[in-house]
Each structure stands twice: as structure tokens, then as C-alpha cells.
Design a protein around this ligand. Structure first.
Ligand code: T1G
Length: 689
């Protein structure tokens, strides 16, 4: 591993190059190398100015997150920024790729910033449950003012070079290919012009107006309360930016450091850092290395233009991959195309896409009513009705139509992929690509590996996921694969407690307080009770609600009643039905109360199912199960996912509580053998099963 800082001097300019693949994260050894090269350049009389450049594909992408939780090795990132503040010579940062977090903060501590046209800058620490801890919360407001700084830092968004120039965050934008030369020329001009060393910390003009707006910070917090619910970093960011307005620089810096230290030791940040690395770990399949050949996907066929087929299609259009979209009727095809267009036009209306881009994407679709149109596709994805008969029929027909070497994929959400593959003469080319609705939005893609699926097909699916902006999680074949199987017990327990007399509003509230965007019954009403459907052979509350026309939000009534603004309130009709169904099933009245007891009923069975999924080898690792929950079911990211959260609760406590619940509620709470083994050994899911 390189992790080097080197420098060369030419025409009085020292060019320091950092090289720590793949993203020049500021590891301890890189910080030490940079410190040494800066000191050398500061002391070298032949040097009049310094350019800081990075090798590889990007400028520094931030502090080295893998070092968090370990003792900090000197020099710290703030120490390097202070070194730049006190530099005897002008330092110019030459930015390409993505200068993020501590990388951008280091650039802000330089005297000037020259960015490549395609470069982006940003402070994404908020996504790790942190705030910029190397002066970003103090320097950015001094350039753009508090209000814009709050938006930039709490959103963590990446800012394109042109916008950064307009905001004053960079001083020049140059052609990508000319970055080094232009930065050196910029340095030489600075030297000739007297070697000025402007420091952002000395600027106060952008803050003067903010000092007369005491309400700015409380108003910003209030306006974003919903977005910031549950996470801890945004409030700290607001506090740090307010310190930039109210305090001298060094005092503001001290405030930022104190806030950072508090965040970096918080369970929320630990959870968010876990998710960051878990997302990247999920791409690793032990028996498939980078040398496993993949199939080039230049064209895709999608069968089914319904909600899922349309969303799936959009993912490929967004990646510039043409799609042949097949339906059984012109009316269904037209409806699907209209939905895709409507989605893009909605994005364009928000200014996030141009009309030309909408047409460009729509132009990549070849609609057809004939499966034969898929004969040359490299990948064909079936996204039709969840019926094994329908799917096996389609795959049998595809077997006769698709070219040799085409990948045949099913979007099935729970059917046996091996049976689907068995309908063809080429099961090694069959894989599951399970998207989550809305398929063009949700980032989880379960890649279902059948018994016969070949390694090149799995490798292709895993790499294709990143190309279309998804996070792939490899799943074995079982009912519900990973995410749906994992979360099913939460619904079962919610409905069991409903029949026992626990108010559904209480069940939903405790899930929302835990961090879910909505509760179980709220979600059912949103999706639509008729859509969810159940092949229920016995009487259920949902069945009664559907029979009564109470289909959910769309009908103004489901489990809840809804007003004209779709605000929910408990329903007497539902309460009556619950009592009737409970009586019909002989369910004793035994409501559960107390947040801990409710959460144990709802979430321990999810943890337990995760242990079974892991033990059966359906998922490769515990963190994959966390990622499936976070990206597939919006499990609150600051909880880290069910198994990370279970580790924080303590597996021994969960097993003990489950045993008590098992005595009352039966085998739904029988602890999985792996969970018991880990608990008894004092180990955690995070230690590796
Ligand atoms: N530290 C350590 N490793 C990192 C890293 C980082 N900051 N960023 C990426 N990696 C690893 C990643 O795990 C993966 O490893 C490989 O690099 C490629 O990443 C004091 C405290 C830069 C936009 O939050 O957003 O600075 O899997 O697959 O899709 O205020 O990486 O190959 O072994 O994501 O091209 C703030 C996080 C840190 C930026 C590139 N910075 N990184 O995306 O590649 S905290 C961030 C990213 C901080 C200061 C604070 C993305 C990327 P492996 P990748 P990519």
C-alpha cells in the first residue's frame, strides 16, 4: 500500500503529491508524510509557493474512516490545517475527483483552491453521524454565510466545481487535463504578485449579516425537524455553525472539536459508519474474485411494464443502457411508457433533469408486444405477476428465444428460483434480480444465486448493480430471500398484538419512535390492503377491511380513518373488527404496553430471523442482512440494521428476553441456535458468525 507524500520543486514551486489508493483517505502515515513535505517546502529557500496534488482518481476523500475508534496518531487533521494557517508561503490545493470531508477541509485551510472542471467538493460527514471536524463548520460559513453553510453541511451533498466557484469555495476552475499545469501556473502568478496568503479564517464579512439574525438557527432546526428526527449530527452542525457566527475563530474551532468528539463516540455514528462499510463489503463474494470474467451488458430486455417493470427499466435508462420493454397488450405497454415518462417529467419539474435528458432516456426504450424482440438482449429481466406457472412458462419460451450467452433473470420476490431455472435448458444462466419498490428509487438489489447459477453470471449481476446505482446483496434461494423474510416476523407480531388488544396506534408509534418512517399498519394502509393481498384461508382483520371497502389511504379508510389531508386517526370500525376476529380465533385479551416490551415483541423476531438466514447460508454475512434491512425496508440507518442493533442491545439479553416471551407466545420466540451460541460465547454478530 503506497500512502506516500512526495514533492518536487520547479520554478520556485514545490509540487507535493499524495498517493494513497483508492481515494487518498488521510491515513496517519499520509498525514505524517504530508507534514514532512510541508515542513521541507516551508524551509526550502528555493520555494516560493506550494501546490498540493493527489495521484489517482481523486483528491483526498476524507479522513480515513477505518481509523475511527482507534487512538489518534499525530499529526491530526486539525493540526495539519493549523500548519497551513501558519504557513510562511502560499499553498494551492489542486482538486480533482471528489474532495470530501477532511479532504475538502484541508483544501479550505490552503490559501487557494484550483479545481478541475469535473471535480466536486463536499462535507458528507453528516452521513456518518459526524460533523466536519477539521474546521469545515468554521471556514465554510466565512465564505458562503451561515444559511448556505447549514444547507451544505447538513445535506452533505457534493457540489460541482462550477457551483463551488460561484459560491467562492474554489478560486479557479480549469480543464481536467490541465489541472496540474494550471495549478502550477496559478502558484507562479501568486509568487510574482507578492505571494499573498489569504486565510479564510480571517474573513468575517459573510458572517456580519448573520450576527443580526439570531432566529436563523432555531428556524433552520424547526424547518428540518422531520428530516433530522432520530439522528444526532445535524443539531451539532447547527450548533457549530452558530459558533462560527458568534465566536472568534479559535473558540469556534474548539467548539467544533468538542462536538465532533461527542459525535464520534455516539452509537448513531458507529451505526452509520457500520452501514457505510457494510454497503461496500456486500459487493464481496468469497468464491468470486475480481478475476472472475463478467458478461458485458450492452442491452437489456424487461418483460412486464407494470410498477416493477417500469421502475426496473428506468434504472437501466439512467445508466444509458437501452431497454426493450415487452408487454402482452398495447394498452399495458402504453400505460407503462406513460408512467416512466411521468416519473422523468416529475424529476425534470424539480430541476434535476432537463427535458432533453427525458427524451434521451425515453429514446432508449424499444417497446414491443413480442418476446422474440428479446432475441439479441444481453440480459432479460422478467417482472411479471408472482405466479410460478406464469414465470416457468415465460422462461421456457425465453429458452427458445434468447441468444446463447444471455443472462435470464427473474424479479421474483419470493418464488423458488431453482424451479424457474428448471424451466430452461440453461439454469446456469438464470439468476434472481430482486428489486424493491419503487425499483427506480430503492437502492437494494438482492442478487439471488440459484443452485446452478454460474460464477460469471453472479459476478456480472453484482457488478451491474453498482453501474445502475444499486447496492447488491447476494442471497441464496429461500422463501422471501433476505429482506422480505427478515421483516415478515415484525408484521406477524404487530398483527398478533393487535388481536391481543394492543392499540395499533401504539404499535405504530413505537416503530416510528424507534426510527422507521412509518409503522406497520400505516405502511399497509399506504401500500393498499387490496395490493398486499393474502391467500388467507382463515378470517383476518385485513380481509374484513378489504371486504368493507376499506382499502387504505387511497380510499380514506383502512386500518385507520384518514382526513382530506391523509392524516390518520384510529377507527371505531377497525376496533370493532379486531374484537370480532380476536373472538373468532379465541385470542385472549392481553395487550402489551411499554416501549421496551413492544420493541422486543416486534424486533427480536427480526433479529432471530436474521440469525437463521445467516446460519442457513442464505446471506454471506451479518452486515449483508443489516444492509438488506436498511436499504430494502428503511431500517433507520442510525440503528445500523437489526443485527448491529442486536449487538448493541446485547445478545445475552435478547436470548433471555426471548425465552420469557417463548413461554407465553410459543415458538415464534424460540431463539435460533446461532443466536444462542453467540450469546453463550459472549460474541456478537459483528465478530463474524
Ligand atoms: N476512509 C477510508 N476508506 C474509504 C473512505 C474513507 N474516507 N472513502 C472510501 N473508502 C474506501 C471504501 O471503503 C472502498 O474500500 C474504497 O475506498 C472505494 O470506495 C475530519 C471526520 C469517495 C465518493 O465520507 O463517499 O473526513 O471496498 O467504493 O464509489 O471532518 O468512497 O474498495 O475496500 O465508495 O468511487 C468523510 C466517503 C470522512 C467520503 C468514492 N468522507 N467516501 O466512491 O468508491 S470523515 C466521506 C465516499 C471526515 C473530517 C471527517 C466514496 C467516494 P474497498 P467506494 P466510489
Amino acid at each position: 500500500m503506497k500512502q506516500t507524500a512526495t514533492s518536487v520543486v520547479a520554478d520556485g514551486v514545490a509540487l507535493i503529491t499524495l498517493d494513497n489508493p483508492p481515494v487518498n483517505a488521510l491515513s496517519a502515515s499520509l498525514r505524517q508524510g504530508l507534514q514532512a513535505e510541508l515542513e521541507k517546502a516551508f524551509d526550502d529557500e528555493a520555494v516560493g509557493a506550494i501546490v498540493l496534488l493527489c495521484a489517482g482518481r481523486t483528491f483526498i476523500a476524507g479522513a480515513d474512516i477505518t481509523e475511527f475508534g482507534q487512538p489518534w496518531q499525530p499529526p491530526s487533521l486539525p493540526d495539519l490545517c493549523t500548519m497551513l494557517d501558519d504557513a510562511p508561503k502560499p499553498v494551492i490545493a489542486a482538486i480533482h475527483g471528489t474532495a470530501l470531508g477532511g479532504g475538502f477541509e484541508l483544501a479550505l485551510a490552503c490559501h487557494y483552491r484550483v479545481a478541475a472542471q469535473s471535480a466536486k467538493v463536499g462535507l458528507p460527514e453528516v452521513h456518518l453521524g459526524l460533523l466536519p471536524g477539521a474546521g469545515g463548520t468554521q471556514r465554510v460559513p466565512r465564505i458562503v454565510g451561515a444559511e448556505v453553510a447549514l444547507e451544505i453541511i447538513t445535506s452533505g451533498r457534493q457540489i460541482k466545481a462550477a457551483e463551488a466557484l460561484a459560491l467562492g469555495l474554489v478560486d479557479a476552475v480549469v480543464d481536467d487535463a490541465a489541472l496540474q499545469d494550471e495549478a502550477l501556473a496559478f502558484a507562479r502568478r501568486i509568487m510574482v504578485d507578492g505571494g499573498a496568503k489569504p486565510r479564510i479564517r480571517d474573513r468575517a464579512d459573510a458572517l456580519r449579516a448573520d450576527r443580526d439574525r439570531p432566529e436563523l438557527f432555531t428556524a433552520f432546526a424547526a424547518a428540518n425537524a422531520r428530516r433530522f428526527k432520530g439522528v444526532v449530527a445535524p443539531a451539532a452542525i447547527i450548533e457549530a455553525v452558530e459558533a462560527a457566527v458568534r465566536l472568534p475563530f479559535n473558540e469556534g474551532l474548539a467548539k467544533e472539536t468538542a462536538l465532533f468528539e461527542r459525535l464520534v463516540t455516539s452509537p448513531e455514528s458507529a451505526a452509520q459508519r457500520h452501514v457505510f462499510f457494510a454497503e461496500r463489503e456486500a459487493a464481496r463474494v468469497p468464491d468470486i474474485g475480481p478475476d472472475t470474467s463478467a458478461i458485458d451488458i450492452g442491452s437489456v430486455g424487461v418483460i412486464g411494464a407494470g410498477t416493477m417493470g417500469g421502475g426496473i427499466t428506468m434504472n437501466f435508462l439512467n445508466a444509458g443502457i437501452p431497454v426493450t420493454l415487452v408487454e402482452t397488450s398495447q394498452e399495458a405497454l402504453d400505460r407503462g411508457l406513460a408512467t416512466i415518462r411521468r416519473n422523468y417529467e416529475a424529476t425534470a419539474a424539480k430541476g434535476r433533469m432537463t427535458a432533453a435528458q427525458v427524451e434521451q432516456r425515453m429514446g432508449l426504450i424499444t417497446p414491443s408486444l413480442d418476446l422474440a424482440a428479446l432475441a439479441e438482449a444481453d440480459l432479460i429481466i422478467e417482472a411479471v405477476y408472482e405466479s410460478m406457472d406464469v414465470k416457468t412458462d415465460i422462461f421456457a419460451r425465453l429458452d427458445r428465444i434468447a441468444r446463447q450467452g444471455a443472462i435470464l433473470a427473474s424479479n421474483t420476490s419470493f418464488l423458488d428460483l431453482n424451479r424457474i431455472a428448471g424451466a430452461t435448458s440453461r439454469p446456469e444462466w438464470v439468476v434472481g434480480l430482486h428489486f424493491f419498490s419503487p425499483a427506480n428509487v430503492m437502492r437494494l438489489l438482492e442478487v439471488v444465486r440459484g443452485a446452478a447459477t454460474s460464477k460469471p453470471v453472479v459476478a456480472t449481476a453484482m457488478r451491474l448493480a453498482k453501474r445502475i446505482g444499486k447496492v447488491a446483496v447476494l442471497s441464496g434461494v429461500c422463501d422471501g430471500f433476505i429482506a422480505n423474510r427478515l421483516l415478515a416476523p415484525r408484521g406477524a407480531q404487530a398483527e398478533a398484538m393487535m388481536l391481543e388488544g394492543t392499540p395499533i396506534a401504539e404499535i405504530d408509534r413505537v416503530l416510528v419512535d424507534y426510527g422507521f418512517a412509518m409503522g406497520h399498519f400505516q405502511m399497509m394502509d399506504l401500500v393498499g390492503l387490496d395490493v398486499i393481498g393474502r391467500n388467507a384461508t382463515e378470517r383476518t382483520v385485513m380481509g374484513d377491511l378489504v371486504a368493507a371497502g376499506r382499502l387504505g389511504q387511497k380510499r380514506g379508510a383502512g386500518y385507520y380513518d384518514y382526513d382530506e389531508k391523509r392524516r390518520s386517526r384510529p377507527s371505531d370500525v377497525t376496533d370493532r373488527l379486531i374484537k370480532e376476529v380476536a373472538a373468532a380465533h379465541g385470542v385472549a385479551h392481553a395487550p402489551t404496553s411499554g416501549d421496551e416490551a413492544l420493541l422486543a415483541r416486534l424486533l427480536y423476531p427480526v433479529v432471530n430471523e436474521g440469525a437463521k438466514i445467516l446460519e442457513e447460508g442464505i446471506a454471506l454475512r451479518a452486515s449483508d442482512i443489516d444492509i438488506a434491512a436498511v436499504l430494502g425496508y428503511n431500517w433507520p440507518v442510525y440503528r445500523g440494521g437489526p443485527l448491529f442493533w442486536a449487538d448493541q442491545v446485547g445478545l445475552d439479553r435478547i436470548v433471555a428476553d426471548m425465552r420469557q416471551l417463548e413461554a407465553v407466545h410459543g415458538e415464534s420466540f424460540r431463539p435460533a441456535p446461532l443466536l444462542v451460541r453467540l450469546a453463550e460465547a459472549g460474541r456478537r454478530f459483528g465478530d463474524g458468525a
